[in-house]
Ligand binder design. Structure first.
Ligand code: PLP
Length: 293
């Protein structure tokens, strides 16, 4: 009897570099700088809140878009930090991590043959996420030594098939950040086009030298075409909890939720109850860039 043959959708993809480096670090008992493993404790108050949340019985599915009280607190935070008017009911979805939010946003938009601009070096999920959707990554190197974006190259790379630009500020792995100069160029590149933006902002609070985080949330004309992805794991040093969220205008978020609802449906509930209290403590994230130095 013939046995089924699997034709890989990702023939060139191996095990992620993060897993490989972590395995080598464990084998050689080396200090592991290859993956996001903070070597300081997370806040015990947040652990206590999660514990209490479980004891209180918050252990069943929450709404597929995420706990509304958490989304409301996040909308307040985004209004406060970025002067953004985000509707908690229709424009925020809580996800099992930032990577999931990124994958879902790409899958929501991309069709086979679409081109997506990715700046390299890049977080390693972007390219496979694009390829698995049948789309084509268009790779643009960040300019050494500042790892800034060469906007002339971006302009030259735009074609009628360009569907999306992936941004990541602060950037992993280089640490470079977008400036107001970049925002002006981005605006002029996407103006009067159908190009979407995927903005990976999981390190929004790991920003130093009193630089301002240039979130897409600050700019209404950019936000109208953006999926903006965040991770609680990065902000509160609990990467293993895998909880994050995506922010997008309602028409985009409606489609995002169609993909999300039959993939994971709803995210870890006790942590969402705990975070809906904890995110109100501004000092927990505003001091981050300062305390980690
Ligand atoms: C740039 C970037 N985006 C997204 C993520 C993923 O975040 P999460 O663990 O919430 O999926 C990471 C994790 O290392 C990252 O470095």
């Amino acid at each position: 009897m013939a046995s089924p043959t699997i034709h890989s959708k990702l023939p060139k993809v191996g095990t992620t570099i993060f897993t490989q480096m972590s395995m080598l670090a464990a084998e050689y008992k080396a200090i592991n700088l290859g993956q996001g493993f903070p070597d300081f404790m997370m806040n015990p108050d947040l652990i206590a809140l999660v514990n209490k949340s479980m004891q209180d019985g918050n252990n069943q599915y929450v709404h597929m878009n995420g706990l509304l009280s958490l989304r409301e607190r996040l909308a307040e935070k985004m209004a406060d930090l970025y002067d953004a008017n985000i509707h908690p009911d229709s424009e925020i979805t809580i996800t099992p991590g930032g990577t999931y939010a990124i994958y879902t946003a790409l899958t929501t938009v991309l069709r086979p043959g679409d081109e997506v601009i990715v700046f390299e070096p890049a977080y390693d999920s972007y390219i496979p996420n694009i390829i698995i959707n049948g789309a084509i990554p268009v790779l643009i190197p960040l300019s050494f030594p500042s790892y800034s974006i060469n906007w002339q190259l971006v302009k030259e790379s735009i074609t009628s098939k360009t569907k999306m630009i992936v941004l990541n500020s602060p950037n992993n792995p280089t640490g470079s950040v977008l400036s107001s100069y970049d925002i002006e160029h981005l605006r002029s590149v996407v103006k009067n086009t159908g190009i979407f933006i995927l903005s990976d902002e999981v390190y929004e609070h790991l920003i130093f030298d009193d630089l301002r985080h240039e979130s897409m949330l600050r700019y209404a004309d950019l936000l109208e075409r953006s999926f903006v992805c965040f991770s609680f794991g990065k902000t509160y040093h609990c990467t293993g909890w895998k909880l994050g969220y995506c922010v997008a205008p309602q028409p985009l978020m409606n489609e995002f939720r169609k993909v999300h609802q039959f993939n994971c449906f709803s995210s870890h509930s006790p942590v969402q109850f705990a975070l809906s209290e904890f995110v109100q403590q501004k000092e927990q994230y505003l001091q981050l860039g300062k305390t980690i130095q």
